[in-house]
Design a protein around this ligand. Sequence first.
Ligand SMILES: NC(=O)c1ccc[n+]([C@@H]2O[C@H](COP(=O)([O-])OP(=O)(O)OC[C@H]3O[C@@H](n4cnc5c(N)ncnc54)[C@H](O)[C@@H]3O)[C@@H](O)[C@H]2O)c1
Length: 388
Amino acid sequence: MSNKKQIRVGLIGTGLMGRIHTNGYKRMEDFFPDYEYVPVLQACCSRREEKAKAFAEQWGYASYETDWRKVLERDDIDAVDICTPNDKHAEIAIAAAKAGKMILCEKPLARTVEEAEGMLKAVEEAGVKNTVWYNYRRIPAVTLAKNIVASGKLGKIFHYRANFLQDWTISPDLPQGGDALWRLDVAAAGSGVTGDLLAHCIDTAMWINGGIKDVSAMTETFIKERVHQGTGEKKAVGIDDACTFQCHFDNGSLGLFEATRYARGHKALYTFEINGEHASIRWDLHDLTRLEYFDHDDEGIVRGWRSIHVTDGDHPYMDRWWIPGTSIGYEHSFIHQVADFFHSLQTGEACHPTFRDAFETQKVCEAVINSANERAWKDTGVDWVEKV
Ligand SMILES: NC(=O)c1ccc[n+]([C@@H]2O[C@H](COP(=O)([O-])OP(=O)(O)OC[C@H]3O[C@@H](n4cnc5c(N)ncnc54)[C@H](O)[C@@H]3O)[C@@H](O)[C@H]2O)c1
C-alpha cells in the first residue's frame, strides 16, 4: 500500500484541455515517482450525461457529474481543475475557493481584469492553493531560455519579440459561439487572439523579461458578422481576429507582439526572440526541443547561431525522461505543470503562475484591447512580483 498523499481531482470541462490535463495527471506519477503527493482521478464533469460518462470511462475517472456545482459540494474532491471556456472561469473559481478547494484554472484567467480581480480576492481570502495553466513555461527549451536570461548571459536586454500565428478562422462561413467555436463569440471568450494567444506570449515574456509597463496596440476584425450557433442569426463579431502591439518593459527593453488567426499556412506558430547586449535567443513551437542561441563572445571565425537540442539530462525537466538526444513534446509541458503543482504541495511554495501572476497578464491583455479601441498608449498598471 502506497503511503503517498492522494489529492482527489474534480475536472470540469472535458474538451481539448480536459483531455490533455487528464493525460498529465495519469502520467505524472510514472515520471516523478519520488513526489509525495499524487493525483487521483475522482470526478469529471460535462453538461451532457452521455459525454460525462463516456469521458469518465475512457480516461479512468471514478465518477462523473453533469453540474459543476455538484463537484464543488463533494467532500471527496480536494482540487478543482477548470477546463471550461473563459466565461465560466470566474464563477467556478470563486465558488471553488469558497468551498475550500485547491484550484488549477485554464488561461486566460478571466475575460476581464474585473473578473480576474474577483478570482484573485477569492483564492487569497480562502487561502487555497492555485495555479494557472500557462503551460509553455514548462517546455524545457523555454525554461532553459528563462534560465539563460536569468544567468545574465545576454547582458542588458534590448528587444523581446513574439508571434502566435494561426489560420483557422479565415472562412467567412465559420459560425461563432457554442461547442468548439466559443472562441469566436466575445461573450464566451472575452476577447479574440489577445486573450487566447497573446496571453500566452505575455505570460512567457513577463516571466523571462519582467513586467510590461505600457502598450500601444492595433486590432482588426476581418470578418464583421458571423452566424451564431446558438440562435442561427447573423450577429456582429466582437472579437479581435488579429492584434499587434508594441510595449516598454520595466527593464527598459522594447517589446513587439503579434497574434492572428489569418496567417495562411500557420497552425500554431508560437515564436519568440530576445536580443541582449552579448547574446540572443530564439525559440519556435514547431521545433520545440530546440533553442537557438547566438553568443557575440564566441571566437569570430566560428561565431554564429547555434541550435541547442534541449534533450540532455542537465536541461530543465529532461532528467525525468528518456536518454539524451531523444525528444519529448507539447503534452509534456502539461505533465510538468502537474508535477510542479504536486511538488509545490510538498514544499509549501507557490506554483507559478498563480492567480496573482495571471492577474498581471490579464492587465496587459486589457490594456492592449483598450489601447487598440482608443488608438492611444495605455499604462498597464502591472506590478510584476515573480522573480526574473
Ligand atoms: N493552456 C493552453 O495552451 C490552452 C490551450 C487550449 C485551450 N486553453 C484554455 O482552456 C479552456 C478550455 O479550452 P478547450 O480548448 O479545452 O475548449 P473545448 O471547447 O475543447 O472544451 C471546453 C469544454 O467545456 C465544456 N463546458 C462548457 N461549459 C460548461 C459547463 N458549464 N460545465 C461543464 N462543462 C462545460 C464544453 O462542453 C467543452 O467540453 C479555455 O479557457 C481555453 O482558453 C488553454
